[in-house]
Structure formats: C-alpha cells, structure tokens
Design a protein around this ligand. Structure first.
Ligand code: HEM
Length: 157
C-alpha cells in the first residue's frame, strides 16, 4: 500500500469521526437536551458532553487537514484550486478552515465564555442559535462529503 492510499484512509477516518460527531451533537444531543432537560440543567450537561467531543474533534480536524494537504502535495493537485469545476476541493478547505477556527481560536478565546454567559441569561434563545449553527455546518459538511466522493470517483460533470 502506498503513502497516498494510507493518507486517504486516514483522511476518511478522521472525517468519519469528526463529522459523525457533529451529526450526533446536531441530530441527537441538542434536540434531546432542549426537549427533555430543564433549562437550568442544560448548560452543564451540554458542556460536559460537547466539551469532551470538542477535545477529540481538534485531533481529527488536525489529521484531516494534514492528510488533505499531504495528498494535494503528493499528487501535485494545487492547480485544482484555480479550476472551479473542482469546487469540492475549495469546499473541503472552507469547511476545514471554519471548524479549525472555531475549535482552535474562537472557542478557547471567546466563544466558550460568550456561550456560558448567554445560556445563563437566556437558555432557550442560546440553544436555538447553537442548533441553527450546527445545522448550517452539518449541511455544508454533508454537501462537501458528497461533492468530494462524486468528484474523486468521476461522478461530476
Ligand atoms: C485542509 C482541508 C482538506 C484538504 C486539503 C483536502 C484534500 C483532499 C484531497 C487531495 C483528496 C483526494 C482527492 C483525489 O483523490 O483526487 C481528498 C479526498 C476527500 N476528502 Fe478532503 N481535504 C480536506 C478536508 C476535507 C473535509 C473537511 C472533508 C469533509 C467534510 C473532506 C472529505 C473528503 C472526502 C469524502 C474525500 C474523498 C475520499 C475518496 O472517496 O477517495 N476533506 N481531500
């Protein structure tokens, strides 16, 4: 097995862990918490579960980025970024950049503090915003995964 095949396998595994986790938070954890947990207890429960995932997601995002850039370099595919028919390459980098910014910059610097303060004041409204953000990011991630698999395997015009 060559290095590019190994990088591809690691890339896909990292995506499965990372986007799979985002899906669980978006489709199971957030709706479950908002429906069945009293507002006063939501914050600590959500932070306990999501905080644990955020820690792991930092790891899988880093692996996805490293293997993605490695494959681009090893296959000398940089010129794809100048061709709009490879929009799924741009989409991968965009999704990765947003999550990397949120996980490594925004959360430790200000997002976590903002979320705690706002959720203490207005749990309903804050969880609605958090849910909306997760739905947007999950939809973009799904579109990217579909585009990348179709693009790589000749399924796009
Ligand atoms: C820095 C960010 C990223 C870079 C540079 C990158 C780069 C790449 C490259 C070069 C390939 C192989 C393309 C080919 O074989 O022609 C690939 C495959 C793929 N990537 Fe990414 N990627 C990144 C992030 C992501 C993200 C965030 C997702 C999902 C949301 C993603 C999902 C996929 C999928 C599903 C494949 C197809 C695997 C296959 O079917 O062989 N990538 N990526």
């Amino acid at each position: 097995m060559d290095e590019i095949a190994i990088a591809r396998a690691l890339h896909v595994l990292a995506i499965v862990h990372w986007i799979g986790g985002v899906m669980l938070v978006t489709l199971v954890l957030l709706p479950g918490i908002t429906r069945h947990v009293p507002a006063a207890e939501r914050l600590s429960l959500f932070e306990m579960i999501e905080g644990r995932f955020a820690l792991q997601a930092r790891f899988s995002t880093a692996i996805a980025g490293a293997t993605g850039f490695y494959m681009t370099h090893a296959t000398d595919s940089w010129e794809r970024f100048a061709d709009i028919s490879f929009w799924w390459m741009h989409a991968m980098v965009l999704v990765w950049t947003i999550f990397t910014f949120v996980l490594f910059v925004a959360e430790p610097l200000f997002l976590h503090r903002w979320f705690r303060q706002r959720a203490t004041r207005d749990p309903e409204g804050t969880f609605r915003i958090v849910m909306r953000m997760h739905v947007i990011l999950l939809t973009a991630s799904f579109a990217t995964i579909a585009g990348a698999v179709l693009g790589v395997h000749g399924g796009l015009p």
